[in-house]
Design a protein around this ligand. Sequence first.
Ligand code: U5P
Length: 243
Amino acid sequence: NTKRKKLYEGKAKILYEGPEPGTLIQYFKDDATAFNAQKKATLEGKGVINNRISEFIMSRLNTIGVTNHFIKRLNLREQLIREVEIIPLEVVCRNVVAGSLAQRLGQEEGTPLPRSIIEFYYKKDELNDPMVTEEHITAFNWASTQELDDILAMTVRVNDYLCGMFGAVGITLVDFKIEFGRVWENDFSRVILADEISPDSCRLWDSTTGEKLDKDRFRRDMGDVIESYTEVARRLGIMKDMP
Ligand code: U5P
């Protein structure tokens, strides 16, 4: 392995300088954190599985016209991606009540929502990623109104596609978090999907048993985290070459 410049290290991923200008290498670590890194662990093999699941989902989304940063997988833990100017928002889309929605509004976990809810959180660890509205986002120039429209439209498309994709293999997509970035072409910028989509960033429940197949198993000390992530990959028909 040749030496290369580390540009950013997050809780579960590292970004390195890429081979060409405008590209980066995204490395998936085995580290898991929850509750803004108050809870930490290393889950052996998680990085490998999430690299594969995210590759699978991002490639599918690219083919249906949801432009994203994924270019190609390089090896077990790394993928080549397009460099973006990250938009400091976590966009959460919910189909069923769970997690912070259940907590904050006292609603029962598992209740299907009559229509999907999209929420925005400002990415700021020191502030615990507070929820914000579109007005905060445009007031502080985190994204323009046009960019917000594009983000909303893309989020709805991602949700529709992933609900169908997971539904077909007996998994309910309860909710998920995605992130977006800006790319510049000449003097124009465009918003594309970035980061990752994996059981770290989605709630996935077995459609018949309700069994959780996602990061809540880690957050709630339920055990079998890797086994559940592997089950998601198996149902999607990926990693057939892995033990
Ligand atoms: N989520 C993340 N990262 C965060 C917060 C939430 O990926 O920092 C995901 C959760 O995995 C869940 C969804 O799928 O966003 C909603 O989380 P919550 O607001 O219910 O905790």
